[in-house]
Design a protein around this ligand. Sequence first.
Ligand code: ADP
Ligand code: TYD
Length: 214
Amino acid sequence: MDNVKGHFIVFEGIDGSGKTTQINLLQRRIEENNFICHITKEPTGRPVGSLLRQCLAGSIQTDELTLAALFAADRLDHILNDDDGLLKKLQEGISVISDRYILSTYAYQSVKVPFNWVMDLNSMAAGKIHPDCHIFIDTDPVTALRRISEGRPGTELFENEKRLTDVRDRYFELFDKFKDTENIIVIDGTKSIGKISDEIWENVSKYFTRKGDA
Ligand code: ADP
Ligand code: TYD
């Protein structure tokens, strides 16, 4: 790893599991406590991430192999870019929260693409920075899809019951595979928003430092 001082916390889960809701609540608690933190997400808003968003929305058609390569490229740019790259933030001692990271590619892309190739594509990213913890919000696909349809019109590429069921199964296979190297905290995403938020705070508040103490 490249000499990092900040902590790196990642949120994972299927689409509609409640990640955005919980990261927003966590951000509020971080601000109330005067903690320092950089909050970010994948796909990014940078050039490769923007291309991915168009693929996910269906305005650009592509294949699953190309998508896997684009997610890996967006991740490298997320880590390495000079503006607000994760490596730079972590080296400066700033803790980072990311809505999705490498396990998203392992879980979503390995449904259609050989897992070993997906891992190879991400090996450079995996060698650069390593999450201190992954918060997995576990919501079943039927509940998650109902929430999505109540919240906005239309669906994105992977927002169907078959794919999200496969992806959730992959996540649990990954948790078993990486149980000795990754710190994965599974939280029941069907509980109330407030209860989930409290549980997350109990697990992650230790990773932040106050302004001036970094
Ligand atoms: P994600 O970012 O994982 O796609 P969101 O946070 O956007 O998920 O949540 C999807 C929808 O579900 C939103 O409308 C949100 O208000 C709702 N939601 C999130 N968490 C819960 C929960 N624990 N109980 C009920 N509804 C929830
Ligand atoms: P996101 O905006 O987090 O969707 P949601 O808020 O609904 O969870 O992610 C966009 C989509 O991209 C989502 O379907 C998951 C998918 N994705 C991958 O397939 N692989 C990846 O590596 C990443 C980061 C996201």
